[in-house]
Ligand binder design. Sequence first.
Ligand code: FAD
Ligand code: FMN
Length: 586
Amino acid sequence: MINIPSNSPFSDKENEWLQGYYAGLESQVLEKYKNGNENSDLKTISILFGTQTGNSEIVAREAEKVAKKAGLTPTVLDLSECETQTLISSPRLLIVTSTYGEGEMPDNVIELWNKCSELDNNFYEKVNYSVLALGDTSYEKFCEAGKLWDLHLNEKGGKRVLDCVECDVDFEEPSRRWIKEIIPAMTEVQAENEKSLTIVDAKENRTDQEKNWSRNNPYLAKLNKKIKLSKKGSGKEIIHYEIDLGESQLSYKPGDIVNIFSRNDDEYVSLLLDSLKCDGSEVIYVENLDEKKDLKYLLESYYEIRKPSKDLLNLFYLLSKDSEFCSIYEDNDKSKLTDFLHGMDTLDLIEKFNHVPLNAIEFCRLCKPLSARAYSISSSIDVHPNEVHITVASVRWEKNKRVHKGVCSTFLADILNKNEDLGIYFSTNNNFRIPENGEKNMIMIGPGTGIAPFRSFLQQREFNKCEGENWLFFGDRNKNYDYIYESEILGFQKRGVLNKIDLAWSRDQDEKIYVQDLLIKNKKEIFGWIQNGSHIYVCGDALYMAKDVNKALINIISTEGSLSYEDAADYLNDLKNNNRYSLDVY
Ligand SMILES: Cc1cc2nc3c(=O)[nH]c(=O)nc-3n(C[C@H](O)[C@H](O)[C@H](O)COP(=O)(O)OP(=O)(O)OC[C@H]3O[C@@H](n4cnc5c(N)ncnc54)[C@H](O)[C@@H]3O)c2cc1C
Ligand SMILES: Cc1cc2nc3c(=O)[nH]c(=O)nc-3n(C[C@H](O)[C@H](O)[C@H](O)COP(=O)(O)O)c2cc1C
């Protein structure tokens, strides 16, 4: 049995894995020696992924399979569980990472990333690497995290085997191409003294069924229940959906995400067909599918036709004569462009730029595939066996005398009926978990639909009979109309599961009150909870709420802990790095 030295460069988690699995691996390695293989035949490759909702891990696992087939010995690890030394533990390194926030690393990779900035210039001199970046072109800093890794590895002496590949939301095809190219290239890399060290990942033990349902193979689940939560008079429509997991054997943990496929509504498709001067029967070849499909099907079910793609905007810029749009586009000023486009969907733009020639084939070429939408799971599977619940705000707004609708939320609200099927798959969200130690307290901040994962957390903590206390900050516009899950919340309170609750109703009085104001109001107690080891969770709006809550928490730590603002921000960052401050914001 091999002992991992206490001063090894690996994290506790890696050490744990190594100790647990080394025995098995050792016998495999010995077997190789028995068969006369030299240690240098064992070509290792580290495949490290940085993820928030699991896409990068899917790609990393795909790369792992191909690497094994090519005779390499892959190690797949979450970057959040790596030390800087892990990055150089093999001469072959692949990094697959998404980007979050506004061009940032996934939350739990930030700590490692900060450490990387202090590395020597030749740190990666023995490393041959390539980076695959996942992102979304609708964000200003497209694939920024991947670009940063690529640059960093190169600047610190790494040898770039293949240029960084940047993937949009339809990442499958480009990532497959990257894997197909990079794995053979990595097998060509020769290195001396390779360590016959590999880590087998516990996740390999997932059941075959669980592995099967994915983005590429969603499970067709049945809608069991649809309950409107917002009351009559509310300016919002929030609906609770209960989905039956049938024979899927799918499971999830509180904090996980369910992704839902939907389709565009008929009325909008008809309007779009009219504006393209087509009747829908036109047959179009789709390269990604390598198939011909009729236009009506493509617009209904395959393409993202509400939100204009960057490529479509680019075409309007190149061919339109609209001087206001062209000068904004040229200036590359994100906020001006956002203001200009505010509330406009693809149809509005086609009508606005109707002098730009656009046929159906060209239009389809410029559209992105319709992606699944992510929803925070609002149930515990222990309390609701074989079901998953979600809490969804229907997205609707009025513009150009037409009601505009969000694709998925209104598909669920208006199109999908009870007992009908919908395609789903789960994403794990290991950054957003109830504390392993049930005695730890939780502070949950989630106005609006942000309450969703906290319903799941509370159900699970009650089921697990956890002794830790729970404090919820919730709110919305008006108590009378928007107090969703009120009776369940009262039930949690009565049964002693929810120990404290603070409600912010922004429009029930003259002055606006938000959750961040209630945090400040309770600053002494909040700081006391933090000092006692409480975990803090924030869910909901990323644009304003999460930023204001972050500021409020820094202020509380600064005033109550007598720290400068900067030191308080570091303190909060440390909580984040130690999984005690977790965000699920969108
Ligand atoms: C990790 C994660 C968890 C999430 N959890 C939840 C959840 O629990 N509950 C939930 O409801 N949502 C949740 N969301 C958001 C959800 O994924 C969808 O983005 C949301 O339902 C809208 O999708 P849609 O298809 O209906 O709208 P889309 O077709 O995607 O349209 C949305 C777009 O419409 C435009 N728009 C929206 N409102 C207006 C307006 N008033 N005026 C002008 N333009 C507007 C904006 O450009 C916006 O980007 C989550 C997102 C993530 C990433
Ligand atoms: C709140 C949020 C912020 C995001 N910010 C960016 C961004 O700044 N740049 C980008 O290219 N993609 C951004 N994305 C898109 C993700 O990187 C993309 O969806 C990716 O496929 C997610 O992969 P993962 O599941 O491995 O985390 C963002 C997504 C969300 C939900």
